[in-house]
Ligand binder design. Structure first.
Ligand code: BGC
Length: 907
């Protein structure tokens, strides 16, 4: 079993003597290079050991080369984000900001951070798009030596190419930056060294409208005299295979990979040297023979080019690059963390299976392998096939990959100490089948490298039950394996698309585990441009392949994602940008459904996707989501000060709720279809009047009981199950589902060795073995949306209904099930909140840390509220603790920021 503790750890806030700002962000990123706006937003977190501490005022000063650019003056507003309030910032410039924070006692603490702007003005781009000159050379490379292709399609893949440009610098260097992107995937080098550690750049966006460029600092890589800037260029999402599309070649955006890069060197004397891509660059093929995200890579070490990206290299035989124009109209500055290798996993076990070796990493990941090759002769070919599972005979299970080959080839140049690691492919795998390896393969020869968008880790959860911890680990790995530039459904088969329902359903869980604001903001940019003229949202974003749009629960990501981001991070800009999309989406549904029951314009209508043995009524699901979208649109309007719109969509939402009840709820409070999800949706979305609410809970519980406490929910219902049961006083039932290991349950997959969340409850069963191969991913995060409840319900870290950015915390741990303790930590926008509870001998203990500037309502579960103490003293003796309610089963109090230690008898 792999524990999440081994990788992707949550960094603790600094331990400080007084109120201290830390984690300073510009555009929500730490010291970003190349931001795309001249009016960035600033934010920071706070730490303090002092109870009741808060930021009384702050002052922000922005400087450029030591010269003041903007001074906010002392301000007392408590916004999470402070917009730059001075003159618009200058393009391609380094800034430093100094933050002063004054605490409640008047003491000031200072911190500072830097950032740099990107290229703001189109005329500053001198770079031109370059590519292999297909006029003078065959359009495509001949088929590469890859056997057993699943299809013949790969014959038309264009070989990766190597680009370089040598130049002289005659003056001392002050600063050097590269701004670069590609139609395809690129990896930069300068003077023989890799530039940065980003992977799969420029990432996937809707390239028709948005293409991110990256900014790198290369000051330390350059020298006076000869320099070389260079790149490897492959196809990626631009022209490689994407999804299941079986056209002769994917070519979703274009046919030819192209590179665009601009190196800007500032000299100490104030002059500049600009080296930009154009026909003075030269290019050729090299050892990387073939590279595709789905199919894999082929590398022939015999064709290595030596020090091809270093000065002094003879590139006389290289061909001039073709210049294909300078259209930069789609360029945007990269605004989110890139994909990176975030963890290396040593191989756990190597076994022989017939001619092959089977390597087990012990963990299903998205990424690739680094292979050490010892003692090979020149021309020896090693093949690596990747899979998530093994067949019962120990061979690799690949049926579920569909047409994704997920196969890499390495041809040795002979000699000792070779290493192979692909650069432009990603596989979803736990096992690697290796053949052709010379000699004995050992675990030390293979390392799994996990790749994903490097969203900062934001949360941690652990409890006394190993099964629940494994579930949490599976959920985290599901997130890591599927947040690869965009939120995808799965990392292994020929799909890996930004399915909208999967994303919106998992978002609340995702946000507890990582800071996903910029990751989803970027994705929302692709969602906005994909909205149809009529207002519909495609099923997958970036929009490719499916052709379907407007599906209930899928397209509603248009309202759910921005609203959830706003609630989580408190950033109004998200709503401002999403507002037109939200409104148009709701209008699109309303126009076609005058009686407010969403029956028309339902597109793919997948219902409660992958539910088990039941069929939740599709109109019920659709109409509930219609109400939800209207509600969030109204809420967004309210935040944006659009009062008329707020009223209009608020009323619409109420009318949809009324129509829902009229149409679907009978006199006994039964919702049409009588399924778990059928009750969960209206309960979670608040559609039922009080008299029906309790009845719905009763029917929901009755359904669970009647099935022997077994769930039937699919994608749409599963996230709501435990939270709703808990909300209505049935947390014991929620715990039973959590601990259940009979089919269908999370525990069932864990009992059968799952290290990630499976796409379907019946991915593998004792009775039938593997589930339907047409759709059987073992790394799909949707059913892992129960994670939200682990953080929010079990560890008890949540916010009040009308709170934003976790400013009004609700700390409500729920001891239950097999758990004797649980702990959670979460980085809210203002700082760290953490809880740890324990039940021992009928006594309950709760440690809580509340970040500066926030308050918390703490629920201490106890049958004896009188017994509750804090730091070993009765509550009445503790300053600042206000008892709100001393009820039957809990004592509820309000506390300001700080650390608390509660105890109670009779839990
Ligand atoms: C994807 C899902 C997606 C669904 C919609 C599947 O192929 O993997 O996660 O939401 O299609 O039907």
């Amino acid at each position: 079993m792999t524990s999440e503790a081994t990788g992707w750890p949550l960094t603790d806030p600094p331990s400080v003597p007084a109120l201290t700002p830390y984690d300073l962000r510009c555009e929500h990123r730490v010291e970003p290079l190349g931001i795309g706006t001249d009016r960035p937003r600033f934010s920071w977190r706070l730490a303090s050991p002092v109870r009741g501490d808060r930021q009384d005022a702050f002052r922000l000063r922005l400087e450029r080369d030591g010269v003041k650019v903007w001074d906010s003056g002392w301000r007392t507003d408590q916004r999470t984000y402070v917009d730059h309030g001075g003159a618009p910032l200058t393009s391609q410039t380094d800034y430093m900001w100094r933050l002063e924070v004054r605490d409640a006692a008047g003491k000031v603490c200072e911190a500072s951070a830097t950032f740099a702007t990107g290229i703001f003005h189109p005329e500053e781009w001198q770079a031109r798009w370059i590519e292999h000159d297909y006029e003078t050379d065959p359009y495509f490379e001949p088929p590469v030596d890859r056997d057993e292709p699943r299809t013949v399609r790969q014959a038309t893949i264009a070989a990766p190419r190597y680009y370089r440009r040598s130049f002289d610098l005659t003056k001392p260097i002050r600063r050097a930056r590269v701004y670069a992107t590609a139609h395809g995937l690129y990896q930069l080098q300068a003077n023989g060294r890799r530039v940065g550690n980003d992977e799969l750049t420029p990432g996937w966006t809707d390239y028709r409208y948005r293409l991110a460029y990256q900014t790198y600092d290369v000051t330390d890589l350059l020298q006076e005299g000869e320099n070389v800037v260079a790149a490897v260029l492959g196809e990626g999402w631009w022209s490689g295979y994407v999804g299941w599309d079986t056209r002769s070649h994917a070519h979703h955006y274009g046919k030819k990979p192209q590179l665009l890069a601009q190196l800007v060197v500032d000299h100490t004397d104030g002059s500049q040297t600009v080296i930009a891509t154009d026909s003075s660059w030269v290019e050729r093929t090299g050892p990387l023979r073939f590279a595709d995200l789905l199919m894999g890579e082929s590398y022939d070490a015999r064709l290595e080019l030596g020090d091809w990206s270093s000065p002094g290299y003879d590139a006389a035989a290289w061909a001039p690059a073709g210049d294909v124009g300078a259209d930069i109209s789609t360029l945007i500055a990269a605004s989110t963390e890139p994909v990176r290798v975030t963890e290396d996993l040593p191989a756990l076990e190597v076994t022989r299976n017939g001619d092959h070796y089977i390597v087990d990493l012990g963990q299903n990941i998205a990424g690739r392998v680094r292979l050490r090759v010892r003692g090979a002769a020149a021309g020896d070919r090693i093949r690596l096939r990747h899979g998530e599972m093994l067949e019962s005979d120990g061979s690799l299970y690949t049926a579920n990959l569909r047409t994704a080959d997920a196969t890499d080839y390495y041809v040795s140049a002979g000699g000792e100490g070779e290493f192979f690691e692909p650069i432009f492919t990603v596989h979803g795998f736990r096992y690697v089948e290796i053949d052709g390896y010379p000699g004995e393969l050992t675990t030390a020869d293979v390392t799994g490298r996990a790749l994903h968008s490097d969203t900062p880790v934001a949360g941690r959860f652990e409890c006394s039950d190993a099964g629940v911890n494994q579930l949490l680990s599976n959920i985290r790995w599901g997130q890591r394996g599927n947040f690869v530039s965009v939120p995808t459904d799965c990392p292994q088969r020929d799909e890996r698309l930004g399915w909208t329902a999967d994303a919106q359903i998992f978002l609340p869980t995702a946000a507890y585990q990582a800071d996903v604001l910029t990751f989803f903001e970027n994705w929302m940019g692709d969602l906005a441009v994909a909205q149809t003229d009529e207002g519909a949202i495609p099923d997958v974003i970036p929009h490719v392949i499916t052709g379907r749009h407007g599906t209930p629960a899928w397209a509603d990501a248009a309202t759910i994602v921005p609203w959830t981001l706003y609630r989580t991070y408190g950033d109004e800009r998200v709503l401002k940008q999403a507002w037109p999309t939200m409104r148009r989406w709701v209008d699109y549904v309303r126009q076609a459904n005058p009686d407010l029951i969403w029956r028309n314009r339902t597109s793919g209508h997948y219902g409660d996707w992958l539910q088990v043995g039941v069929r939740t009524d599709r109109d019920v699901l659709a109409t509930a989501y219609f109400a939800r979208s209207a509600e969030f649109t109204a809420a967004a309007a309210r935040v944006l000060g659009l009062d008329d719109e707020a009223k209009r969509y608020g009323e619409l939402r109420d009318r949809i709720a009324a129509a829902f009840v009229r149409e679907f709820v009978d006199a006994e409070g039964k919702v049409r279809g009588d399924t778990q999800t059928g009750y969960l949706l209206p309960l979670a979305f608040g559609l039922l009047p009080e008299e029906h609410e309790q009845a719905a809970v009763k029917h929901l519980v009755a359904d669970l009981e009647q099935r022997g406490r077994s769930l039937t929910t699919g994608f749409a219902g599963v996230a709501l199950l435990c939270p709703i049961l808990t909300k209505y006083g049935h947390s014991e039932l929620a715990y039973e589902l959590l601990h259940d290991d009979r089919y269908p349950s999370w525990g069932y997959s864990i009992r059968h060795g799952a290290t990630t969340i499976w796409e379907r409850w019946d991915g593998w069963t004792e009775e039938s073995g593997f589930g339907p191969v047409a759709m059987n991913s073992f790394n799909h995060y949707s059913l892992g949306s129960v994670g939200e409840w682990l953080y929010g319900g079990v560890a008890g870290i949540d916010q009040a209904v009308d709170s934003v950015a976790f400013r009004q915390l609700v700390i409500r741990p729920r001891p239950g099930g097999r758990l004797t303790w649980a702990e959670g930590a979460y980085d809210t926008p203002t700082g760290r909140v953490s809880t740890r509870w324990e039940v021992n001998d009928g006594k309950f203990a709760l440690e809580v840390v509340i970040p500066p500037g926030t308050t918390a309502t703490v629920h201490v579960p106890t049958s004896d509220p009188e017994s509750v103490q804090e730091s070993k003293r009765p509550l009445a003796e503790q300053d600042g603790i206000e008892v709100l309610e001393s009820a039957d089963r809990a004592l509820v109090c309000r506390v300001p920021s700080g650390s608390y230690s509660f105890t109670a008898a009779g839990v």
